[in-house]
Write a protein that binds this ligand. Structure first.
Ligand code: ZN
Length: 216
């Protein structure tokens, strides 16, 4: 099976996809990783990508698509890809569809992790780090408990408003660009909405139940 995982930055996509990759022996295709890999290998393409990134420009859809084709055409990854962070826009989604057809594959499921902007903000602003032991808490979701003796005083509360502004911007960009992509997959009846505000293991078992149906 090939699946796509969608979710705004900070939704916990990474955690979930890493778990699914292990459990279902999938290959995680992240465009960020692909780009970094190509740069590190210093291929002709890698050198080109590096100069684009260094100049502050965005890597073109065309270039990304050629990297995606490398993976989709690889027999070792056939029907076992989880797409993370791709497709980002409608043109990429249409291209992916063409590519998959060319290599006799398809998307079986689109998992959409839904998390509100409010929760994402709280995940950032509620972050507390114990300056003694380094344990990380969240005042809204995971407050320090009495039994953690060392974490009762000397709290180092991080409150970086810059981070929040960046997060809001990234969230809005995500919403705007992925809406048409979700419509596209909705028309194919492939989208499953998952409450990304639930506990990590609850989210995980919900995703697993969807995947088990496909595998059966
Ligand atoms: Zn502590």
């Amino acid at each position: 099976m090939n699946i796509i995982i969608f979710g705004p930055p900070g939704a916990g996509k990474g955690t979930q996809s890493d778990f699914i990759v292990k459990k279902f022996n999938l290959f995680k295709l992240s465009t960020g990783d692909l780009l970094r890999e190509e740069i590190n290998k210093k291929t002709t393409l890698g050198i080109k990508i590096k100069s684009i990134v260094n100049s502050g420009s965005l890597v073109s859809d065309e270039l990304i698509n050629s990297l995606i084709e490398k993976i989709v055409s690889n027999i070792n990854y056939k029907n076992r890809i989880i797409f993370d962070g791709y497709p980002r826009n409608l043109s990429q989604a249409e291209n992916l569809n063409k590519l998959l057809l060319k290599y006799e594959q398809k998307i079986d499921l689109v998992v959409r992790l839904k998390v509100s902007l409010d929760v994402i903000k709280k995940r950032i602003t509620g972050r507390i780090v114990c300056s003694k032991c380094g344990k990380i808490y969240n005042e809204f979701f995971n407050p320090p408990k009495d039994e953690h003796k060392c974490c009762q005083k000397d709290f180092l509360k991080k409150r970086d408003d810059d981070n929040v502004d960046v997060a809001i911007k990234r969230y809005e960009t995500y919403e705007k660009s992925t809406e048409p992509v979700l419509d596209y997959y909705n028309k194919m009846n492939l989208v499953k909405n998952v409450n990304g505000e639930a506990k990590i293991d609850v989210i995980c078992s919900e995703i697993i139940s969807f995947l088990n149906i496909i595998e059966a």
